[in-house]
Design a protein around this ligand. Structure first.
Ligand code: IVH
Length: 721
């Protein structure tokens, strides 16, 4: 669009640099008034008129200043998403969900301050956290949160978001009255790392989806996904079309040259400070006092929520005083001085269109509700599990019913009830099948179990497919190229029946596999052959899988209750698959972490004649080499979680000895150093930790207490005896 205008533009009368600068400054001032102060000073048409004049000047002159609003959109595919190491980690927040937890939180904060606590209460914006780096007032880098330590470079895309200033400005007298002037910046920081949320306003989201639908394009499930998808575009010209915006909420780091200025000493003041530099801050932020202040903020924001033009999923409550924040510090993951107080789960009503019965890998039959798509708790739901027959009875649910769908945060959606008042008599009973919907075998229910299972075992094509799909999974035998569609085609054409058959496939046979492309091409009934090239690759991948270690093979067999970790434990205790196959219940349960249920399933699995035959064939015909076993205790170099990361141990550790902690860390790939610097990854602080801890906190480095450290080790299967 803009190029078109530029190419049609007449040569402007005034091509002087002074006029050019004046236009840029005016346009940027208008944009700040609009995005930051929420107080537009000119109508959009006036902004557009000046913008077009600016474009024309740039066309007929050499001028192209860095802060020109025309510079927001690059003209090439240049988004690299290169990793960006955050100098100060981007923390997440602890969650609370009810008043009792709120009281606890306030009590903890009260203990730290001794008097009624002042909070900066903010909406919890439901978008994507990013970090923006300004050097001498110029935006030089934008990065996503990533894992908190390393994010992705999205600078080109962030620049297209008009609410993100390309350059910072010290607010002039004519506008400074619009904020709490006492917190206004006097000078541009030498270095500023500001954190905030990128999100898509509801009206923009709605309009975008309506247009996409009309054009037959993909619609976004919710504004959050829309924002995430838009920020990760390879071509920033596409991001520029998306109605994204930004609010700042935290300063990661801020340095001034020669102490020319200083930061306000409260969270609220700092947000005003950011605003004075031209960074938009949310309009509903408030300073409140004590538990009553927190409660009324939560209530009033909740009441406001439906009328807001953006999604929020709760409130963020931050201790206002920065000195107290520093005293409280951080846990491994989140600040101790802040909490996210979430709104209750969202509910919505919709229609139950049908109930399907799915057969799982172990034969389990699961009823699945097909729903009229409904937007709830931040996403569009069209399917939802109904778990088992008991649940169908409990809900007394019928096809055609109006149902209530509930979804809390990331939790899987549930049907929480049926609105029986809405029945009109046309509803149909849900009949639980008597036989397997896939193979017609009888269903059985084990004692004490609610689930029905198909007794067809590996005769059931669905179970055959699922067993093969599981076997080829990355964490199992890692056979690339065998997706669901191909496996289904192989089983339904009777090319293979089980995992042992994979190894006797020839390239020739496989290349002739008929693939149904109905969904690929959206043309009913179209098919194609797999072809030689793909077949060759798959056969090579199958061949490579002969070298996988024993633990992966055990996991790949798909024994109920034997996940990847249990498989590793079994592989470490039984050196060969034969030994495992002969193990008694007593022997199995004598192993740490193997319980009675898993032991029973293991024994049952190997008792099954069919399973024994398949394993026999895998060893003798397919000649799997299961000797090289991945050890549980020895991680391979590239999977060590702290490879290249530096830890510092300080203070007195009570459970662990220093040397022991050092050894364990080194085993996980870490280096252990004696002093804290910007390069330190984390500090483990025992009691009476002194200056090293203070320094780590100043630098925003992750600090683990001894208990947290032990918990961290636990995540890598290291338990202390
Ligand atoms: S403050 C150390 N303030 O919530 C400060 N976060 O669960 C940490 N979020 O990833 C963040 N609104 O994306 C903060 N007003 C707000 C927020 C907010 C939304 C998000 C943010 C973060 C997540 C933590």
């Amino acid at each position: 669009m803009s190029d078109l205008f530029a190419s049609l533009a007449q040569q402007p009368d005034d091509l002087s640099y002074e006029h050019y600068r004046e236009l840029i400054d005016t346009l940027n001032r208008y944009a700040r008034a609009y995005y930051v102060l929420d107080n537009p000073i000119v109508p959009d048409v006036e902004y557009d008129r000046l913008y077009r004049e600016l474009e024309a000047i740039e066309l007929y002159s050499e001028f192209k200043d860095a802060d020109s609003p025309t510079r927001r959109v690059g003209d090439a595919i240049n988004t690299s998403f290169a990793p960006v190491a955050h100098k100060v980690p981007l923390m997440s927040l602890g969650d609370i969900f009810d008043d009792e937890e709120l009281v606890d939180f306030n009590k903890r904060m009260l203990e730290a301050t001794g008097s009624e606590v002042e909070y900066c209460a903010e909406p919890k914006l439901d978008g994507l956290a990013i970090s923006l780096i300004y050097e001498k007032g110029v935006l030089v880098k934008a990065a996503t949160r990533g894992d908190g330590t390393t994010g992705e470079d999205i600078t080109a895309n962030a620049k297209t978001i008009k609410a993100i200033p390309l350059t910072l400005h010290v607010m002039k007298d004519d506008m400074v009255h619009m904020i709490d002037a006492s917190f206004a910046a006097q000078s541009i920081p030498d270095y500023l790392d500001v954190r905030g949320e990128v999100f898509m306003p509801r009206d923009g989201f709605k309009k975008w989806n309506e247009e996409a639908k009309a054009k037959g394009q993909k619609v976004f499930a919710n504004p959050r996904n829309a924002a995430a998808g838009s920020l990760r575009q390879q071509d920033s010209r596409i991001t520029a079309l998306r109605p994204l915006t930004f609010n700042a909420y935290y300063i990661g780091q801020c340095d001034f040259e020669n102490d020319s200025d200083h930061l306000p000493d409260s969270q609220y003041g700092r947000l005003q400070f950011l605003k004075s530099l031209g960074l938009p801050v949310n309009e509903h932020i408030k300073v409140v006092k004590g538990i009553s202040g927190l409660r009324s903020f939560y209530e009033s924001l909740g009441a406001l929520r439906p009328s807001l033009n953006y999604d929020i999923d709760g409130t963020v409550l931050k201790v206002n005083d920065i000195a107290t924040q520093e005293e409280l510090g951080f846990t491994a993951k989140a600040p101790r001085w802040a909490i996210a107080y979430k709104f209750p789960p969202e509910e919505a009503m919709t229609k139950l269109l049908n109930v399907d019965f799915q057969v799982g890998r172990t034969g389990k039959i699961t009823p699945v509700a097909r729903l009229q798509p409904v937007y709830v708790g931040g996403t569009t739901i069209s399917n939802c599990t109904l778990h088992n027959e008991e649940e169908l009875k409990r809900l007394d649910i019928k096809v055609g019913d109006t149902v209530i769908v509930r979804r809390a945060g990331d939790v899987i959606p549930q049907i929480s009830g049926v609105v029986k008042e809405k029945r009109d008599g046309s509803e149909q009973e849900v009949v639980f099948p008597k036989v397997c919907p896939e193979c017609g075998s009888a269903l059985e229910r084990e004692d004490g179990e609610v689930a029905y299972r198909c007794t067809g075992g590996l005769v059931c094509p669905k179970q055959q497919c699922q067993a093969i799909e599981h076997y080829v999974e990355r964490a199992a035998m890692d056979i690339d190229g065998l997706g669901e569609r191909i496996v289904e085609a192989m089983v339904s054409s009777q090319m293979i029946h089980n995992i042992a058959d994979l190894y006797s496939l020839s390239e020739e046979t496989l290349s002739k596999l008929i693939i149904d492309t109905t969904n690929e091409k959206e043309e009913e009934g179209k098919v194609r052959l797999l072809g030689k090239v793909v077949a060759k690759k798959i056969i090579a991948n199958i061949d490579k899988s002969r070298q996988r270690p024993l633990n992966r093979f055990i996991y790949a067999l798909g024994i109920r209750d034997v996940g990847a970790t249990t498989a590793k434990i079994l592989a470490a205790n039984f050196k060969t698959i034969d030994e495992l196959m002969q193990a008694s219940f007593e022997k199995l349960t004598s192993i740490n972490n193997i319980g009675g249920v898993a032991a029973t399933h293991i024994i049952d699995f190997f008792k099954e004649e069919h399973n024994r035959t398949v394993i026999e064939r895998l060893l003798t015909e397919a000649k799997l080499d299961l000797q090289a076993c991945e050890q549980v205790s020895e991680m391979s170099e590239d999977t060590k979680p702290f490879l290249g990361k530096t830890f510092v141990l300080t203070g007195t550790l009570s459970t662990l000895k220093r040397d022991q902690a050092k050894e364990l860390l080194e085993g996980l790939g870490a280096k252990v150093s004696g002093s804290v610097s910007k390069k330190t990854y984390a500090v483990v602080a025992g009691t009476e930790a002194g200056s090293k801890l203070t320094k780590a906190q100043e630098l925003g480095i992750q600090v683990y207490s001894e208990a947290e450290f032990i918990e961290l080790l636990g995540q890598y299967n290291i338990t202390l005896s």
